[in-house]
Design a protein around this ligand. Structure first.
Ligand code: ADP
Ligand code: MG
Length: 251
């Protein structure tokens, strides 16, 4: 049993001219293993900033507050230390890595996280199985990471990583954006598989409710202007589907 705890987190983005702009204004959130938390809010409310801060992106500066994993503050950890501690982030805009094949990338990541290279025979089988479940053409294994991938293919690769790396917490930022109905279902099934198999905690960031038809959150948080303004169970997502975010914007 693991806990990811975000306590009164204030974060600024570091702009190109070195000035800073406050974005997160006191985020409080606790996720336990096995729970699925949907973070829902309008564009520009700071959801990706929260995800990037948890991942340790250098552009985001923590002004105050804490991020605790099983009681230990991770805010001083490097990005790779966080990954080894069991955090996984699927980004809203996955980066392209020319010259590195998907296959090499996945094996290197797995080795870095577990501290030893996975046994080739079982590893190749695991990759192949996961790719089949995500309806990915085997050719993708030899292509450069995300180079020329469609939006949907990039999202599948994110979930493939989660399946193989088996994190204790997965932060999924707009995993549903740009997916057609079939891809949305396949990607959602992938998330459910990772969750069921590993019992990981999931932070599912989205501004649409449609992914919640496939992935059932245990908790829903409404995120507006850099903080959580309302919390509830799955019924809160239904209310948002009906009424949108209007009633929360002035809070
Ligand atoms: P969301 O994911 O909820 O749409 P973001 O976290 O991407 O919101 O952005 C929140 C706010 O922070 C926006 O106003 C955005 O313009 C600003 N912001 C985020 N990153 C940067 C950046 N690198 N430079 C300038 N502004 C940024
Ligand atoms: Mg975003």
């Amino acid at each position: 049993m693991s806990t990811l705890e975000i306590k009164d987190l204030h974060v600024s983005v570091i702009l190109d001219d070195e000035k800073t702009k406050p974005i997160l204004k006191g985020v409080n959130l606790t996720i336990n293993s096995g729970e699925i938390h949907a973070i829902m809010g309008p564009n520009g409310s700071g959801k990706s900033t929260l995800a990037s801060t948890i991942a340790g992106h250098p552009k985001y500066q923590i002004d105050s507050g804490q991020i605790l994993l099983d009681g230990d503050d991770i805010t001083e950890m490097s990005v790779d230390e966080r990954a080894r501690a069991g955090l996984f982030l699927a980004m809203q805009y996955p980066v392209e890595v020319a010259g590195v094949s998907v296959s090499n990338f996945l094996r290197t990541a797995k080795t870095a996280i577990t501290g030893e290279a996975p046994k080739l025979r079982t590893w190749v089988k695991d990759v192949k199985e996961s790719m089949e479940l995500l309806r990915m053409d085997p050719d993708f294994a030899e292509r450069d990471v995300n180079v020329g991938f469609s939006g949907g293919e990039k999202k599948r690769l994110e979930i493939l990583q989660a399946e193989l790396l088996q994190p204790s917490f997965a932060v999924l930022d707009e995993t549903d954006s740009g997916l057609d109905v079939d891809a949305l279902r396949i990607v959602s099934e992938g998330v459910n598989r990772v969750h069921d198999k590993t019992g990981c905690g999931v932070m599912l960031i989205t501004h649409y409710t449609r992914i919640l038809r496939y992935i059932k959150p245990s908790h829903v948080h409404v995120f507006v202007a850099g903080r959580v303004v309302a919390e509830g169970g799955p019924e809160l997502a239904d209310q948002l589907e009906e009424n949108g975010y209007d009633e929360y914007l002035g809070l």
